[in-house]
Ligand binder design. Structure first.
Ligand code: CP
Length: 299
């Protein structure tokens, strides 16, 4: 089966084909497939956007949902992820979407299950559908990735979004920089570091990241107010952004920490556009894996 696990697995032409398909769904909301197929969403970590937009994407495509809640499943009795997925496959799931706290949870499944697996986020590892929705949003905004200046700012070390996006954006031709606390950056990342004051003036896209308190094993570098002042994007800094430059954030947003409350719904913000695009790229991803699995052709 065709899985969707990391952005590194996607070459540039496949990325563009996927984005074309997502745009097709954005432009043709009435298109629906014919067959009855089952999808199961297995979320072992909290989620609002990814889980609900996968549900919306599945329903838009006419898929039936097999409901799974980790807290009321036999996972509580000690059943492994592997046995859970094999069970859903046996019951009739045609595709599973999984979010799990364990990085590369999919390695133990790949090659052992016969249905597609879509990664809805693995620990600090990867979040490919978030990457696709970010790519679609940037492409809609600028029409290209070539030489678009993208600053990824904030908690890069703990961010699966940053990890997926950094590599793929560069491969697509964008200029990618990082900003935020240096304590959270590797030597390799520091090669592309810009202080916030320079970053806001250089960026076409300021991609702000949530501080992932739940993954921090080291002390916070600053309290919320100090973080906002030193590393966050406030109205004064946003006023220095180029005409046409936009603000993105995968959300949920810590308002007034990494991003000022007033900027979340400002004219420069594409945060809610990103969420809307999440449905279209997840439709395209589901369509891609099911087409490979079932020969499920466009009508
Ligand atoms: N951006 C994102 O993955 O949001 P959720 O954790 O709410 O799914």
């Amino acid at each position: 089966p065709a899985h969707v696990l990391t952005m590194e697995d996607w070459d540039v032409s496949a990325i563009h084909a996927l984005l074309e398909k997502a745009q097709y769904f954005a432009d043709n909301p009435e298109k629906l497939p014919l067959q009855r197929l089952y999808a199961a969403n297995l979320f072992f970590e909290p989620s609002t956007r990814t889980k609900i937009s996968f549900e919306a994407a599945e329903r838009n495509l006419g898929l039936d949902l097999l409901h799974f809640e980790a807290d009321t499943s036999s996972v509580i009795k000690g059943e492994s992820l592997y046995d859970t997925v094999k069970t859903l496959e046996s019951i009739g799931a045609d595709v599973v979407v999984i979010r799990h706290g364990r990085e590369r949870f999919f390695d133990e499944l790949r090659g052992h299950v016969n249905i597609p697996i879509i990664n809805g986020g693995d620990g600090c590892g990867h979040h490919p559908t978030q990457s696709f929705l970010d790519l679609l949003t940037i492409r809609q905004e600028f029409g290209t990735f070539t030489n678009v200046n993208i600053v990824i700012a904030g908690d890069i070390y703990h961010s699966r979004v940053a990890r997926s996006n950094l590599e793929v954006l560069e491969r697509l031709g964008a200029n990618v920089y990082v900003s935020g606390p240096k304590e959270w950056m590797s030597d390799e990342l520091l090669q592309r570091y810009l202080p916030m004051d320079e970053a806001v003036e250089a960026a076409d896209v300021m991609m702000m990241l949530r501080i992932q308190h739940e993954r921090h094993t080291v002390k916070m570098v600053a309290g919320p107010d100090e973080y906002h002042k030193r590393f966050g994007l406030n109205e004064e800094k946003a006023a220095r952004m180029k005409p046409g430059a936009v603000i993105m954030h995968p959300a949920p947003v810590n308002r007034n920490v990494e991003l000022a409350d007033a900027l979340v719904e400002s004219g420069r913000s594409r945060i809610f556009k990103q969420m809307k695009n999440g449905v279209f790229v997840r439709m395209a991803v589901l369509h891609y894996v099911l087409e490979k699995q079932k020969g499920w052709l466009d009508q």
